[in-house]
Design a protein around this ligand. Structure first.
Ligand code: UD1
Length: 430
């Protein structure tokens, strides 16, 4: 089992290139089954969740070729199966996008219920409500969601909860429904807009993505496309916080600054200097970090996927901070690991009260989920001594070459597969 072994203390300095957005790529790849034509998708990150999605699609009969590491060619003309049930599919939550996509094209889909990060109850009632409103019969049986329709008809759908997944999934199904669909109380995340842009590039008629109300006029068929995925907001944000936490100076390249506004604003508030250009942002952390208050919210609010990273920064900052998690109910599990490293944090319900100014020391810790895993790596980079991070498969779900990108910024981090590797690292780093 691979681990990261990390010696903290080096400020991260240099440039890092951000890859394509995982959470846009997953539904875009799924949506490629909605046409018989060939689809080219560029800037696809090479991470585990994407590879699970591609394996699942291959098992449905989708022809998949890698033109290079990040450019994928897909052809779904010969899909033989509408049942997605390979052994890995449960590991990714985004498998549910195959329901919206296959329901749209084939009016039939069956997908094993999703897994994903264990960060609290993750209902799919809004997805199901949307599919039913479009005329599908949806049942959950034997751990699978089964959706079927004679025909899909446009409908007026009000989402009871702002959900990225439900907004995208219902948008997929509605793209090929008869007539007009209006979805209200939509998620506005950049990846919702990216999926809408991709569907439009295939001939769908979608207006309003990025606002609260999306209007979709269904079309009978979609055609091929050549599409480039947007940069990953959360990967970018993670490296921005890596600069802050290690008192470094990092140029984060290939990003869309607009998507990072809430993150840049908080970094400025806690004492970092931010310089923005067209497609990059530089974070300089030369001063002692300061405390703040933050509440996670749907876009354009501060992302829940950045909550563990800011908590690590605030544990080191001067003063008392409060972090409130308003999206998921169980997203502070990593705090116990941070306490082992020296943080002073108490969690009450969905709020973490952080008594800042901690000095972290290296420890043996485990990643409880994807983003918390990344945040613990950042904490280790700011610690005295050596840390070993277990369960890094979670981190690898969503970060491509994480340790290599960190090494290129001067971090002392390596992959270790055995005690021997860890001892060698300790000897090498003194
Ligand atoms: C997506 C992201 C995840 C991110 C989250 C919020 C992917 C693959 N994952 O997850 O990284 O943390 O957005 O930005 O894109 N909910 C319901 N009923 C539903 C659907 C959701 O009650 O039918 C609730 C959830 O339990 C949660 C909240 O709505 O409390 C937000 O969930 P949602 O936006 O759907 O998150 P995901 O799409 O699962």
């Amino acid at each position: 089992m691979e681990q990261y072994v990390i010696k903290g203390g080096n400020p991260l300095v240099g440039e890092v290139e951000i890859g394509g957005a995982k959470n846009a790529a997953l539904p875009i790849l799924a949506a490629s089954v909605m046409t018989d034509d060939t689809v080219y998708v560029d800037n696809v990150p090479d991470v585990r969740d994407i590879n699970v999605m591609l394996d699942t699609m291959a098992s449905l009969g989708v022809m998949i070729k890698h033109e290079n590491r990040h450019r994928i060619i897909l052809n779904s003309a010969n899909i033989t199966e509408y049942v997605a049930d390979n052994e890995n599919i449960k590991k990714i939550r985004a498998s549910y996008y195959l329901i919206g996509a296959m329901l749209a094209k084939y009016k039939s889909a069956e997908v094993t219920l999703p897994g994903g990060c264990d960060i609290g109850c993750r209902a799919i009632d809004q997805h199901i409500k949307g599919f039913r409103a479009l005329g599908a019969e949806v049942r959950i049986e034997h751990g699978r969601i089964k959706a079927k329709a004679e025909r899909l008809r446009g409908a007026h759908i009000y989402m009871d909860k702002v959900s990225v997944g439900a907004t995208i999934n219902v948008m997929l199904a509605a793209s090929m429904a008869e007539g007009l669909t209006i979805i209200e109380n939509c998620a506005k995340e950049p990846h919702v807009v990216d999926v809408a842009n991709f569907l439009s590039s295939m001939g769908a008629n979608i207006r309003g993505a990025g606002t609260d109300v999306i209007r979709i006029k269904g079309v009978p068929s979609l055609h091929g496309s050549d599409y480039t995925i947007i940069p990953d907001q959360i990967e970018a944000g993670t490296f921005m916080f890596a600069a802050a936490i290690t008192h470094g100076d990092v140029m984060v390249k290939n990003i869309i600054p607009k998507h990072l506004e809430s993150i840049s604003a908080k970094l400025t508030e806690i004492g970092c200097e931010i310089e923005e250009a067209d497609d990059c942002v530089r974070v300089v952390a030369s001063k002692q970090l300061r405390s703040t208050q933050v509440k996670t919210l749907p876009y354009p609010g501060f992302p829940t996927d950045m909550q563990p990273q800011i908590t690590v920064a605030l544990a080191l900052a001067k003063g008392t901070s409060i972090v409130t998690e308003s999206i998921f109910e169980n997203r502070f599990k990593y705090v116990d690991e941070l306490i082992c490293m020296g943080a002073n944090i108490s969690v009450e319900g969905n709020t973490a009260i952080i008594d800042g100014g901690a000095r972290f020391t290296g420890a043996n810790i485990a990643a409880p989920d994807l983003r918390a895993g990344a945040a613990l790596v950042l904490a280790a980079l700011a610690s005295d001594g050596v840390s070993v991070v277990d369960d890094i498969r979670y981190v690898q779900r969503g970060y491509e070459d994480f340790h290599i990108k960190l090494q290129e910024l001067g971090a002392q981090i390596e992959l270790a597969e055995s005690e021997r590797d860890i001892s060698k690292f300790r000897l090498k780093t003194g």
